[in-house]
Design a protein around this ligand. Structure first.
Ligand code: ATP
Length: 241
């Protein structure tokens, strides 16, 4: 398959003197599931924020489904769903009202049904009329995922989405991602969880100090070989056992 659905060329980002991204090149095909690993501060979130149009790059080009990142922002936002640390939820609205609000922003058709569908998918049906400020962190995270999926995006960016989820919700999310990926959604996941990240991915990358130092198809990697790389570059500082 052509690797030109998402094309990133020589992308850089500096925050003042901090060079968060130092020349990223990346090509993905539709339906790819890329997991990006990397130590704290490597630039992973910055990369995903740029790809999802939330942060402007310093230099380089990004094209997604033929749209230019800096010129076609509105078109791109319709294609993309983002799940990150920030919930972007309104505490004084109910779960249902939050999702509907986002649905209206994206002109989602058949909104009533679609809202119920995503709330059901994330296991929140019983609490849909409750104010979001009364939700636990994990429940808010579930709702954040529902919000990101309301417009049925073709591309999903996830920045450590498992944070705050209990085992059941984490399992639910993995199953949902597999299901979405099977429907040809293109997914980019940032994860600090080696087994989860490896389990879902069709491609794996390691980002260190603003550069992709490793990028491979999952099927071409032996688990043991990748673990060695992971502990060398990503998790080298803290080894509990
Ligand atoms: P983590 O695993 O800890 O979430 P990360 O790989 O996602 O890290 P980024 O959040 O992309 O890393 O940060 C990359 C670098 O850019 C870090 O040095 C960080 O301090 C810096 N940085 C990120 N956002 C900003 C900002 N808004 N202003 C200044 N510096 C920033």
């Amino acid at each position: 398959m052509e690797n030109n659905f998402i094309t990133v060329k020589n992308l850089t980002k500096s925050y003042g003197y901090i060079r968060a991204l130092r020349g990223i090149d990346l090509s993905l095909a539709p339906g790819d599931f890329l997991t990006i690993f990397g130590p704290n501060g490597a630039g992973k979130s910055t990369l995903v924020k740029i790809l999802s149009t939330l942060v402007k790059p310093s230099s380089g080009q990004v094209e997604i489904d033929g749209y230019d990142l800096t010129e076609d922002t509105q078109e791109l936002r319709r294609l993309i769903g983002v799940i990150s640390h920030a919930t972007f939820l309104y505490g004084n609205l109910t779960a249902l009202e939050n999702i509907k609000l986002y649905g209206r922003l994206y002109n989602v058709t058949n909104l009533e049904n679609r809202t119920d569908e995503v709330i059901e998918q994330l296991g929140l049906a019983e609490r849909k009329h409750h104010l979001v400020r009364t939700f636990s962190r994990g429940m808010q995270q579930r709702l954040t995922i529902a919000r990101a999926l309301i417009h049925n995006p073709r591309i999903i960016f996830l920045d450590e989405p498992y944070t705050g989820l209990d085992q059941h919700a984490a399992h639910l999310l993995s199953a949902l991602l597999t299901q979405l990926n099977n429907k040809e959604r293109t997914i980019v996941l940032i994860s600090h969880n080696l087994s989860r990240g490896l389990g879902l991915a069709s491609r794996i990358a390691i980002l260190v100090e603003g550069r992709i130092i490793y990028h491979q198809y999952r099927k071409d990697i032996k688990d043991a070989d990748f673990e060695q790389l992971y502990f060398k570059y990503v998790d080298k500082e803290i080894r509990v056992n």
